[in-house]
Design a protein around this ligand. Structure first.
Ligand code: PMV
Length: 317
């Protein structure tokens, strides 16, 4: 067997995080500037399945599969889910995994790792998976990370296209009539999505009508944003991003740092800004004209961003 490689991009949520868990629409796009790559090579007979986490210089075998193994969720569990799906015994393979997606920063590192690992493993076993077959398997892994994921992360990462997503329905792709640029900043604060999702759940349980009204407003923003993107009016997204961020603040999932980064981006000329993903840390995004990429990037750096990437949202079904 020759070595086989597979990769998966990161992702950003443009609109609708958290409300999407409660059935509202959300919009997400792949972030191809960061990627996970998994390469499967034959191992010695009897070696079993061994991962090499190249960025960390560490090796871990599937035989070490206990939930308290630090690599369990990210590396071992996706392999187990795939082997179970294929009803395949543990193969003698070495899987080298490399990632440029920061962990726990709302950029989809968990779903991208699972996607790349399952793709490489399935191909090495001579049973490559279609995206439609892979998506529910990555969702299964996401459930382990998050408890009650909406499914948006695995969907945008597996299909690697902008998606309009409503929980429990087939993902819809849509045309980006006029491409636009987003800056993506890593706040440098890591924040597990599981916790913010649980806190929003508690808020919801304490006052369902208030929270349902907030979710409905976020849903209306996502619908309006889709229309702006499809009709070639991306500038209309700026105010929608600001409004979505304000609503996320009401859901208590922003942080001082995220608020500061959003304000710094707006002050430096961004058309709008919001946190992206689970919140309380992780990533934020800002909509910028080409001429504002440099000043807004610099302002985000001064406001504490660890790293800023520019990504162009384009394409269609
Ligand atoms: O994985 P993150 O941090 O980008 O967040 C996912 C988006 C949430 O809406 C907060 C949760 C979900 O399952 O959709």
């Amino acid at each position: 067997m020759a070595a086989v490689s597979a990769s998966a991009p990161g992702k950003i949520i443009l609109f609708g995080e958290h409300a999407v868990v409660y059935g509202q629409p959300a919009i997400a796009a792949p972030l191809t500037a960061v990627q996970v790559t998994a390469t499967a090579e034959p191992g010695a007979p009897g070696s079993g399945l061994v991962f090499y986490a190249a960025d960390l210089g560490q090796t871990v075998a599937v035989t070490e599969a206990t939930p308290d193994n630090p690599f369990f969720n990210a590396l071992i569990y996706p392999a187990q889910v795939l082997l179970q799906h294929l009803r395949a015994p543990t193969p003698d393979l070495r899987l080298t995994v490399r990632s440029t997606i920061p962990i726990a920063s709302g950029l989809g590192s968990g779903a991208a790792l699972a996607t790349a690992i399952m793709r490489a493993l399935a191909a090495a076993l001579g049973a490559p998976l279609t995206d439609d077959a892979l998506n529910p398997l990555v969702y299964e892994v996401e459930r382990r990370h998050h408890g009650t994921p909406s499914g948006i992360d695995n969907t945008v990462i597996v299909y690697a296209r902008p998606v309009y997503f409503v929980r429990g329905t087939a993902p819809q792709t849509f045309a980006v009539a006029r491409p636009f640029t987003l800056l993506v900043a890593d706040s440098g604060q890591s924040s597990p999505t599981r916790l913010t999702v649980a806190d929003v759940r508690d808020l919801h349980d304490a006052d369902p009508p208030r929270l349902d009204a907030l979710f409905a407003r976020i849903g209306a923003i996502a619908r309006a944003a889709r229309q702006g993107i499809e009709t070639g009016d991306p500038d209309s997204l700026g105010p929608l991003m600001d409004e979505n961020h304000a609503l996320l603040r009401e859901l208590t999932v922003s942080s001082e740092r995220l608020d500061r980064l959003c304000q710094a981006a707006r002050d430096a000329g961004a058309r709008g800004a919001k946190l992206s993903g689970g919140g309380r840390g992780g990533a934020m995004i800002a909509l910028v004209d080409e001429t504002k990429i440099a000043p807004v990037t610099a302002a985000l750096g001064r406001a504490g961003a660890l790293r800023v990437l520019a990504t162009r949202i384009a394409g269609g079904p």
